[in-house]
Write a protein that binds this ligand. Structure first.
Ligand code: PEP
Ligand code: MG
Length: 603
């Protein structure tokens, strides 16, 4: 077979490289013979069902404990979904009814009901239900095997003569948590995605895995030698000695990089010439607070607040918001947390505000415009921030600013609300630093004026690029035109940094580009000393910062600014960074694992 035929691609769900022979496991519903029981045996059959359910509950509770041991408390909860299915009155009642009315055996009735629910969930087209299909199948296999006195698939690998890669149509969490790395070095599943329960467990246990590899069972003969790369999401069959050597080298480089990144978490974020660069985390959802902390964030540079509204039918209360802001603030004691006021509109329009559709929503009623037009909602958010700021170092930041009066109006509202809170005898800060998000060309060219009426600037390069280049950031067709390294965007970035420096006020970048190595290097050179990045990218950006000098970054940024195109600017940066950092450690096909909007290792 030629290399393209030997290289299969799926979704890398757990990083790392594994090599070995493959072994196919059939973790599927067993064939259940169609048998009916005499009327007199029906109640006995229902009792047999109940006894099986009780035993399987016991098995699952053991697996749950094992998962807690091996993967963690959160991961162990995965088994709760399966335990709940066993207690679902409607489902179990339906199985018992099939036994009583159709005289099915318990195993046939369970199979029948499972297939009925599976069809229903598949047809519903709801991605959440689809994700839970593996749980349903997992429970059904266990119950049916138990009723048929069959042994589970879990013992397949115990008889393996050498460490192997399991190939299955679908992997259940129960099967995955029992895996032993001495026997099983990698996993391939036809079904599933990054968020499948089995994928989460494989990641926690540290077994490289690829899911969603269509036709894997038919295409990979049991016993075939393979190299699985869970970071790239590829499987190479029958590798040549040269391919094995190359994969081993890749593995060594990755491990070395990973050791350096682990070390970076506890190290200071400082350039070789001693300049401290504040590295903060971008937090969209509450669960990213922990990720940002674990990865060593010095506070939060962009706390998105839209999740408080989207998906809810009512606006969040002042108390609810104050509690959340206080929680995040306290998690980063000693460091600032920058709360961005609601950035509604564009593609994020929650039910309470859904008005008539606009022809151009990204040029429409968005962000600070909505907030100023809906003062009650805006004031509630401001009051929540002021109250939470009693115990935490909170800053407020407004999105999509295009005019000075938007900042002035916000400042007035903050002062009015502070006075009102004082009158009401409610503990609250008198004010918090107010920042402007520079994410429109208007704000960028007005940066010197905006910085006079605010306390700091933070550049949102996602929108700044979109509006400067007139390229919809979500349009896949225009993806190669969405280039924050375009000469026009670079000039704006430089202008904003200089405006802030002249005014003696801080400027940071919180757009996605700050999470990418070449761009982070460029931003240092343009004069930004604070970057707010996706939590998984924090160690990587810090590792890079610690190997460069500000003089190198400045020289590279000056050269990039003079480039005629984004491609040339990137070439210049790549070349300059390679002088300072061992870029051979980076895998050009890999992305940083895990986490929303994780940074790219790509150069
Ligand atoms: C940006 O526009 O760069 C930004 C950080 O904000 P968002 O991605 O939430 O629009
Ligand atoms: Mg934005």
């Amino acid at each position: 077979m030629s290399p393209p035929d030997r290289l299969l691609k799926g979704i890398g769900v757990s990083p790392g490289i594994a090599m070995g022979p493959t072994v196919t496991v059939r973790w599927a519903l067993p064939e259940v013979p169609h048998r009916v029981v005499p009327r007199t045996q029906v109640e006995k059959e229902v009792r047999r069902l109940r006894a099986a359910l009780k035993d399987v509950r016991g098995q699952l509770s053991e697996l749950r404990a094992r998962a807690e041991d091996r993967a963690g408390v959160d991961e162990a909860r995965i088994f709760d979904a399966q335990l709940l299915m066993l207690e679902d009155k409607e489902f179990i009642g339906g199985v018992a009814e099939l036994i009583r009315e159709n005289h099915f055996t318990a195993e046939k009735a369970f199979e029948f009901k499972t297939l009925e629910v599976r069809d229903l969930w598949t047809a519903a087209g709801n991605p959440l239900l689809k994700e839970r299909l593996a749980d349903l199948t997992g429970v059904a296999i266990r119950v049916i095997q138990h009723l048929m006195h069959r042994r589970g698939g879990a013992d397949v690998w115990e008889s393996l003569s050498e460490p192997s890669i399991l190939v299955a149509r679908e992997l259940s969490p129960g099967l995955t948590v029992q895996l032993d790395r001495a026997h099983v070095v990698g996993l391939i599943s036809e079904e599933g995605t990054r968020t499948s329960h089995a994928a989460i467990l494989a990641h926690s246990i540290g077994i490289p895995a690829i899911f969603g590899l269509r036709g894997a069972v038919a295409r990979i003969r049991s016993g075939t030698k393979a190299i699985l790369d869970g970071t790239r999401g590829t499987v190479l069959l029958d590798p040549t000695p040269a391919e094995i050597e190359e994969a081993q080298g890749r593995d060594t480089r990755r491990r070395e990089l990973s050791t350096r990144l682990e070390e970076a978490v506890a190290q200071e974020s400082v350039t070789l010439d001693g300049v401290h660069i504040a590295l903060r985390g971008n937090v969209d959802l509450p669960d990213e607070v922990a990720a940002a902390k674990v990865h060593g964030a010095e506070g939060v540079g962009l706390l998105r607040t839209e999740f408080l509204i989207t998906g809810h039918s009512e606006l969040p209360s002042e108390d609810e918001q104050a509690k959340y802001f206080q929680h995040v603030g306290e998690a980063f004691a000693g460091h600032p947390v920058v709360i961005r006021t609601y950035d509604l509109g564009g593609d994020k329009f929650p039910a309470p505000f859904r008005g008539s559709p606009e022809a151009n929503p990204f040029l429409g009623w968005r962000a600070i415009r909505v907030c100023l037009d809906e003062p009650e909602m805006f004031r509630t958010q401001i009051r929540a921030v002021l109250r939470a700021a009693v115990t935490a170092n909170l800053h407020l930041m407004i999105p999509l600013v295009t005019r000075l009066d938007e900042v002035e109006r916000t400042l007035e509202m903050m002062q009015e609300e502070a006075a009102r809170l004082e009158q009401e005898g409610i503990a609250a800060a008198k004010s918090v630093p107010l920042g402007v998000m520079v994410e429109t060309p208007a704000a960028a060219v007005l940066a010197d004026r905006l910085v006079e009426v605010s306390d700091f600037l933070s550049v949102g390069t996602n929108d700044l690029t979109q509006y400067t280049l007139v390229v919809d950031r979500g349009n896949a067709r225009l993806a190669d035109r969405f280039t924050p390294h375009d000469p026009s965007v670079l000039r704006l970035l430089k202008f904003v940094a200089e405006a802030a420096r002249s005014a003696g006020k801080p400027a940071s970048v919180c757009g996605e580009m700050a999470s990418e190595p070449l761009s982070a290097f460029l931003l240092l050179g343009l004069g930004y000393d604070t970057l707010s990045v996706a939590p998984p990218a924090l160690p990587f950006i810090k590792w890079l910062i610690r190997q460069v000098t500000t003089a190198q970054a400045r020289a590279a940024a000056d050269a990039a600014l003079a480039a005629r195109s984004a491609e040339l600017a990137l070439d210049i940066l790549r070349f300059a960074l390679a002088e300072a950092v061992d870029l051979t450690l980076l895998d050009p096909d890999a992305r940083l694992p895990a986490g929303r909007r994780s940074g790219s290792l790509k150069l």
